[in-house]
Design a binder for this molecule. Sequence first.
Ligand SMILES: N[C@@H](CCC(=O)N[C@@H](CS)C(=O)NCC(=O)O)C(=O)O
Length: 328
Amino acid sequence: MPVPAPLVATARHLWHCQWQRLMDGLAAAGPEGDFRRQPAQFSDGLAAIDPQALVEPRLVVGRSCPWAHRLWLLRSLRGMEASLALTVAEPDPIGGRWVLPEPLQGCRTLAQLYRQGGGDRRRRATVPLLLSGGGGDLRLIGNDSAALLPLLDRWPAARPPLEPPQRPAAERELSSHWAQRLQDHVNDGVYRCGFARNQAAYTRAATALFTTLEALEQHLAAAGPWIAGDHPSLADVRLFPTLIRWEAVYAPLFGCSRRPLWSFPALWQWRARFHALPGVAGTCWPVAWRRDYFGALFPLHPSGLVPEGPDLARLVAAQPPDGTTMAP
Ligand SMILES: N[C@@H](CCC(=O)N[C@@H](CS)C(=O)NCC(=O)O)C(=O)O
């Protein structure tokens, strides 16, 4: 029996109101419907921190989180396993919180750890989190990935920093120029697409995202292999977590679909090159990415069905999958 049109219209209206309420909790938006990321709680004073003076420092990450992935990558790339412990938190999709694999300082969830460390109870408990004080003197050092990257780049490690002080000024400027552009329009840009509240907000985000990718494509084609020259920089570290999740989550779930990534040959090859760096593959968890994004972002994907593939191995091949060309 056909469903009466007024019933459909009412159901749509009620669902839309409910969706807006859920989104207000998950991803606050400005008056024009653009997603607005909340500032991190702990990012002050990081420049003054001496990593050697920290007692039992530990980095808490989650597999699916691209912001945490940046720091996990840097830890792997520089060989910091002996000087910085790692805890991989697991999402609890029902409760919408991060759970610790084993108690830390007596805490089972990240929220408890934040509270115990003096965090503001009204704020979200997010990964990444850098903390210290294994013996009970818990200190939350930082939870802002962008601000933590330079601190981890001067951490005691087996391999040299990505941005050593002697790096030529022109390369340093390139790295910081792209780092800022990527942060707003690409790293956060994919979220601005996915969490936009209306079509105009989505189009603004998608335009900024793809304009930046097109500019980066040209830059890499002319001046690669890395964003700031012959060696990977912190700007490369920022780009990878977003590009490696592209086909698994950002294109299908967040609507980052104006152009497929294979139509950007320099970016495609850059991604394959970065993935091949020692230590990078071990930080990539495509099954967990899909499970966490599709399974946990309820307001965007109420069915909770987790789609299949594509296989990461094909995405990081130097050439795109069969049947595609590198032409836009
Ligand atoms: N500004 C933070 C963003 C971190 C963030 O949003 N983390 C998400 C996972 S991708 C999170 O832990 N969310 C949990 C929540 O909001 O309750 C950074 O760059 O480090």
